[in-house]
Design a protein around this ligand. Sequence first.
Ligand code: PLP
Length: 412
Amino acid sequence: MQVSVPKQIVPLDSILPDEPLLMMGAGPVPVPARVAAANGIVINHLGDTMAQIIEQVKIMSRYVFQTQNGYILGVAGPGSAAMEMAVANLVVPGSKVLSICNGFFSHRLAEMALRLEADVVKLEVAQGFTADLDVVEQYLIQHRPQVMTIVQGETSNTVCNHNLAAITKLAKQYDCLVIVDAVCTLSTMPLDMDEWGIDAVITGGQKGLSCIPGISLVGFSEQAWQLIQSRTDQLRHWCLDAKLAEQFWYKKSYHYTAPVSGILAIHEAMRLIINETLPVRFDRHLRCSQALQAGIEALGLQLFVKPHNRLNSVVGIEVPDGIDAKAVLKYMSSRYRVEISGSFGPNIVRIGQMGEQCRAHNLFRTLHALGASFISMGCKLDLPAGVAALESTLDRYEFPPEQHLSAVNAIK
Ligand SMILES: *Cc1c(COP(=O)(O)O)cnc(C)c1O
């Protein structure tokens, strides 16, 4: 025994704040109490109880992904593990991949395909813009890729590919499988896996689903599943091999010890989604995000992305010249106990609008903290005007419950 007992370790209680900070950044996001409680439970990963839970997770996932017959697999790992699972199983080494690159996370998908020795063509979209349908078509014609990768929402610079449905349908016309990263957007805005012809949808726990980090899901289309089953080459990733994961997710047997607590947590997160229903949840997200955006602009700050290309799930705010973004974030968290995100890339700060972040009381607290913190750094902002715009926009969207119901029925 050469290493002695460490003396400097203090209990968690003396590290964590007495009251949790309000997590209003680009993820992880606050989790509902039921999700937190489920995450505290450990059960046998192979028993009947687990089998029943897995069945329900698959059924609920098909609703959230909007797929009748898609193959749902869970992953013990971050959203990036789900990205890598989709890429590793659908990209055959040496094949051609078209990666639509809007920012940091879409480049990560391209990087993963490159590491699998795919022939990767990147379509670099200008900062702040949605991918252009005509340009995508030119690339499809010129390069004839077997697989396309794309993000629905690019969390890093708050751009949204609002024309995703048109892009995925186009790719189908050119016999190209489509992998969509919906980590921040799933259940915050429409995504229709079957209808749009998506072959792999990726999501992580800690963003749109309002669950914990470290548990993720991938949904594969029937066509994608056929490709997976027909591959004769050995996959480079053992943990992420869909055929091995099928053992646990469809055959009640062992692949690796599943992250049982995380699966229980995601079960509860999805149960809350099905109770709320997708249309009502999309409304809540749109209403809250638009009210927040109106409030930020009325404060006197600028949003980073033009409305046409803007992501609602994560809102990017330009940092005025001469202001130190890191100092603003630090002040917000120490004085107001609200955490938002900085950025890697453009000079912006980001406020998440995913899951539990989209609650009016969280918005008032966050907008006030944001405005007051910028003002304390010397910015000239109109805090009362910001809060008033937040309130009036929220009210404008407030419609009675019957209307929510008719929205639900219209979708059925
Ligand atoms: C956060 C995020 C990821 C990566 O998720 P991790 O859990 O951090 O690995 C991928 N894509 C998008 C769009 C994201 O927002």
